[in-house]
Write a protein that binds this ligand. Sequence first.
Ligand code: DGI
Ligand code: FE
Ligand code: FE
Ligand code: FE
Length: 190
Amino acid sequence: ASDRENVMQAVQMRMSERRFQHVLGVEATAIALAEHYGASVEKASLAALTHDYAKERSDEEFQLAIEQGDYADKAELLRYGNAIWHGIVGADFVKRELKIQDQEILTAIRLHTTGAAEMSLLDKIIYVADYIEPNRVFPGVEDAREIAFIDLDNAVAFETKHTLQHLIENEKEVYPKTIETYNRWVAGLN
Ligand code: DGI
Ligand code: FE
Ligand code: FE
Ligand code: FE
């Protein structure tokens, strides 16, 4: 079986059918964006297939991985939860368990929830594809889909602004990197 098929099976075994359908939707969208903007279709496919690989792991497993792993500010990272861990820590599960070593793919997984001040084309494609894939239903998603194929940076800004609004509306903790993403892509701070 091809690399893609092996990865797809390993991912499918780790999540609900509903989440797997989301993953396939992200893959189709990421491939379309990669073709549109001239990024690697193969990397877009693998990054999309694996971006939520760790999403259904327990908090205990993430906490152990953080304590034993190589993370900049472990105490700070431990204050958050699955929403933040499944990308940042999940990328290391993908590397270790699925043997994906490509740094561009691993970085796209790492940044897919929060974005970052500096993002590669692949990072932007995965960040946006996750938000607009066909199974997503929320007010504004049609606008986001349209913007994504016109101006990818605008799509990053749109998503970041709406995600931050949603977090604030629900009095959720905001991860510092999410603020950095806002400052760069929405507020235009260089
Ligand atoms: O994993 P998905 O549901 O496909 O999507 P995601 O990884 O982009 O986002 C997961 C959740 O994390 C989503 O509800 C938005 C939320 N999120 C994004 N930035 C932050 C955040 N949650 C917190 N607490 N803080 C953030 O900065
Ligand atoms: Fe995710
Ligand atoms: Fe997202
Ligand atoms: Fe996702």
